[in-house]
Design a protein around this ligand. Structure first.
Ligand code: AMP
Length: 147
C-alpha cells in the first residue's frame, strides 16, 4: 500500500533533482567519432547526450556504439574514426523526461536506464537525472520514515 508521504515523494517534480546542462559532458551531432571517443574516455562516462547546435537533444552516444562502428572482421579499424559522424551511430530512440515530469515517472524509467535526459518545453536540453540521485532520494525518504 502507498502511504500519504510516499505519494508526496512520487508527486514531486524532477526539476529539484537534475544535474543541470552546463555540468553535463556532451557531444554535438556533427562531431566525429574520434572527438566523441576522446570525450567519453576523458570523462569516464559510459554514455553521454548528443545535442545539436541549438542545444536540442538528438540522442545518446556510448563507447559501445563507437566500437561497433569500427569493428572490422579481423581488427578494429581506428583509422575510420575521423570520418564517422556522431549522428550516424548514436541511439535516437531514447527515453526522455520533461522538466515538469514527476519523481514517479523518473522512478519507473531509471529501472532500465542509468540516467535520463531532461528537456524543457521547447525541446532544449536541460540536464540529466541519474539513477544514483533517484536512489539517494529514496534512501533519504526510507530512513526518515524509520526515525
Ligand atoms: P553516475 O550516477 O554518476 O554513476 O552516472 C551514471 C551515468 O550518467 C554515467 O555513466 C554517465 O553516462 C551519466 N552521467 C552522469 N553524470 C554525468 C555528467 N556530468 N555528464 C555526462 N554524463 C553524466
Amino acid at each position: 500500500m502507498i502511504s500519504t508521504n510516499s505519494k508526496d515523494l512520487l508527486a514531486m517534480p524532477i526539476s529539484d533533482f537534475i544535474i543541470s546542462s552546463e555540468k553535463v559532458a556532451h557531444v554535438q551531432s556533427g562531431n566525429n567519432a574520434e572527438h566523441a571517443l576522446l570525450v567519453l574516455t576523458r570523462t569516464g562516462y559510459s554514455s553521454i547526450p548528443v545535442l545539436d547546435m541549438k542545444y536540442r537533444l538528438q540522442g545518446l552516444l556510448s563507447m559501445k556504439m563507437i566500437t561497433e562502428s569500427i569493428l572490422g572482421l579481423e581488427h578494429i579499424e581506428y583509422e575510420k574514426l575521423p570520418n564517422i559522424k556522431v549522428d550516424t551511430i548514436m541511439e535516437k530512440d531514447i527515453a526522455v523526461l520533461k522538466m515538469t515530469d514527476t519523481f514517479q515517472r523518473a522512478l519507473d524509467l531509471v529501472i532500465n536506464h542509468a540516467f535520463l535526459c531532461v528537456i524543457d518545453e521547447d525541446g532544449t536540453f536541460a540536464g540529466i537525472l541519474t539513477r544514483r540521485v533517484i536512489l539517494k532520494q529514496l534512501k533519504k525518504y526510507i530512513y526518515q520514515k524509520e526515525k
